[in-house]
Design a protein around this ligand. Structure first.
Ligand SMILES: C[C@H](O)[C@H](O)[C@@H](O)C(=O)CO
Ligand SMILES: [Mn+2]
Length: 420
């Protein structure tokens, strides 16, 4: 096997060299692009704060595949298993409900100490960490409102939770030497026709300003805000709409999070990148796969994933776009879900890096759209897969579908021994 990988790699290198693409340079660049894997695929967004509580906020993890993680030790073990099957740099994206504490900690009282074990593990694993306040699955979000709540006390609770979360995020960045991107997503919205669509947005604006008032070191912490079109039970009105957050991020200089499942079904985030990046300093991507709705299916190597990666590479947005994943599928092996989705994101980045972009740009500038289309289509069948195999080999992770065997063995020896 390893001999055929080498032969295919050498031939592929030559094929790409023929169109002036430097394959080794592409792999070097790929090694500088981390993908932030989301912890919540490992336990269906349950967290460890209130095990047994249900997932609310208009999102759903459907399926009951056995073996999900029930505590941080299990989740870390599962993550290590997934990481060992994915080549190149990775980060981990944590939610506040993944804290570790002896007793109950109110969300507005979370502190860095509750995430200390995550940090020392991340240091061992050479991972950067990202963070999210958790503004759902809580009694004070039960009526569908958090930061835009009309009740001052409830709104203040969520403001304090987000303020506390920013300090945790800055702690991650300080300890690990790489800024933590902290994304605020809230579920606030209404099921049915809404009379006052302005007041909740006004309250959200003021609440976010209060959350962000404390100045934190940019080298440790980056604020991001995530819009949404609708959620289950919030079909008619979402306070944090796309326009709201584009305006917020633009006027406040925060990062804007674009989730692939948070727009009208025919809208794609790949086409939003080049507009939004003209007005906001940074983008955070939640690469996901919406099937008819914001279903958060596992990321495929499909046209949109490719278009997202291609956009980052063509515009050289390497330092301004943070790539995160956001899916939660409980109907298949959860580790396999991570591996499939993350490898696909990385494959898309590799394919984008192997594109003869300069040549295509020249053709476009000269108005030769025939050749542009012809070349775009031809390069799809160039042997990028041989380059991917080599990349996997260089990083000591399984080539092709061989990783599935490791997942199966882990399932038999570990996951099947877990209850539920
Ligand atoms: C759990 C995440 O924070 C959540 O998925 C959010 O990012 C989102 O996309 C909600 O639809
Ligand atoms: Mn998201």
């Amino acid at each position: 096997m390893s001999q055929s990988i080498e032969q295919a790699w050498l031939l592929a290198k030559q094929r790409f060299a023929d169109i002036n693409v430097n394959v080794e340079g592409a792999l070097e660049l790929l090694d500088t692009l981390p993908v932030s894997m989301h912890c919540w695929q490992g336990d269906d967004v349950a967290g460890f704060e209130n095990t047994g509580g249900s997932l609310t906020g208009g999102i759903q993890a459907t399926g009951n595949y056995p073996g999900k993680a029930h505590n941080a030790q299990e989740l870390r073990a599962d993550l290590e298993q997934a990481f060992s099957l994915i080549p190149g740099p990775k980060r981990l994206n944590l939610h506040a409900i993944y804290l570790e504490a002896d007793g109950k900690v109110e969300r507005n009282e979370i502190e860095p100490q509750h995430f200390a074990r995550w940090v020392s593990w991340a240091r061992e694993q050479r991972l950067g960490l990202d963070f999210n306040p958790t503004c759902f699955s809580h009694p004070l979000s039960a009526d569908g409102f958090t930061l835009s709540h009309a009740d001052d006390g409830i709104r203040q609770f969520w403001i304090e939770h987000c303020q506390a979360s920013r300090r945790v995020s800055a702690y991650f960045g300080r300890e690990l030497g790489t800024p933590s991107v902290m994304n605020i997503w809230i579920p606030d919205g209404m099921k049915d026709l809404t009379i006052d669509r302005l007041a909740p947005r006004q309250r959200l604006l003021e609440a976010l300003d209060a959350v962000m008032a404390e100045k934190l070191d940019r080298n440790h912490h980056i604020d991001a805000v995530e819009s949404k079109l609708f959620g289950i039970g919030a079909e008619s009105y979402t306070v944090g709409s796309s326009e709201f957050y584009l305006g917020y991020a633009t006027s406040r200089g925060t990062a804007l999070c674009l989730d692939a499942g948070h727009f009208h079904p025919t809208e794609v985030i790949s086409d939003k990148i080049s507009s939004a990046i003209l007005f906001v300093p940074r983008l955070l991507l939640h690469v996901s796969r919406p099937v008819r709705w914001d279903s958060d299916h596992v990321v495929l190597l499909d046209d949109e994933t490719q278009a997202i990666a291609t956009e980052i590479v063509r515009q050289k947005l390497f330092n301004r776009v943070h790539i995160g994943l956001d899916f939660f599928d409980a109907s298949i092996n959860r580790i396999a879900a991570w591996v499939i989705g993350t490898r696909n994101m990385k494959k898309a980045l590799l394919r984008a890096l192997l594109e003869p972009t300069e040549q295509l740009r020249q053709l476009e500038q000269h108005g030769d759209y025939t050749a542009r289309l012809a070349l775009l289509e031809e390069q799809k069948s160039l042997p990028w897969q041989a380059v991917w195999d080599k990349y996997c080999q260089l990083h000591n992770v399984p080539v092709g579908g061989d990783w599935l065997q490791a997942v199966r063995e882990y399932e038999t020896s570990i996951l099947k021994t877990r209850k539920g």
